[in-house]
Design a protein around this ligand. Structure first.
Ligand code: HEM
Length: 155
C-alpha cells in the first residue's frame, strides 16, 4: 500500500459528502450490486425475508449501507491520523459475532467491496478517479481486517 495521507483522506471524505446527499438511492444501488454478484446473500438479510425484490427506502437496508460507508470513512481518517484502524473493542466484538452468526464469509467482504467501489464511482460521476478508488479500497481493507480478526478469534 502507499502512504495514507491527507490527499487520500480528503478523497474519501469528499466522496462520502456527495453520496450522503442521497442515501436512499445509493443504498439501493449498493445492495442491488451486492445481490447481482451474490444472489445467495439475499437470504442473510432480514429486509429480504419473504421477497426477492429489494425493498425501496427500507430502514435496515439504509442502515447497513450507511454503516459500511461511514465506518470506512472513519477508518480513512484514522489511517491518516495514526496509520492504523482502531475500532472500539466492544463495537468490534459485536460486529464480529453478528456477522459470524449471519453466516458471513471471506468472499462476502470482497463482494461488498466491489459494490462499495462501484456505488461510489457511479455516485460521484466525473469526480471519480483511480486515486479515489484506491483510498476507499485501502480504508475498507483495513477495517475489514479488524472485523475478520475478531470473527476468526470467535470462530
Ligand atoms: C449487520 C456493519 C460487512 C452482512 C451489520 C450491522 C453493522 C454492520 C453495524 C448492524 C446492523 C445495522 O446497523 O444495519 C458492517 C461493516 C461491514 C459489513 C462495517 C464491512 C466493512 C458485511 C458483509 C456482509 C454483511 C460483507 C455479507 C454480505 C450483514 C447482515 C447483517 C449485518 C446479514 C444483519 C442485518 C439485517 O439482517 O438487516 N453489519 N457490515 N455485512 N451485516 Fe454487516
Amino acid at each position: 500500500m502507499g502512504l495514507f495521507g491527507e490527499k487520500e483522506e480528503t478523497l474519501v471524505k469528499e466522496s462520502w459528502e456527495i453520496l450522503k446527499q442521497d442515501i436512499p438511492r445509493h443504498s439501493l444501488r449498493f445492495f442491488t450490486i451486492i445481490f447481482e454478484i451474490a444472489p445467495a446473500a439475499k437470504g442473510m438479510f432480514s429486509f429480504m425475508e419473504g421477497s426477492d425484490e429489494i425493498p425501496e427506502n427500507n430502514f435496515k437496508l439504509k442502515s447497513h449501507a450507511v454503516k459500511v460507508f461511514k465506518m470506512t470513512c472513519e477508518s480513512a481518517i484514522q489511517l491518516r491520523e495514526s496509520g492504523e484502524v482502531v475500532v472500539a473493542a466492544t463495537t468490534l466484538k459485536d460486529l464480529g459475532s453478528l456477522h459470524l452468526k449471519k453466516g458471513v464469509i471471506e468472499a462476502h467482504f470482497e463482494v461488498v467491496k466491489e459494490a462499495l467501489l462501484r456505488t461510489i464511482e457511479e455516485g460521484v460521476g466525473n469526480k471519480w478517479g483511480e486515486d479515489m478508488g484506491s483510498a476507499w479500497s485501502e480504508a475498507y481493507d483495513q477495517l475489514v481486517a479488524a472485523i475478520k480478526a475478531e470473527m476468526n478469534s470467535e470462530a
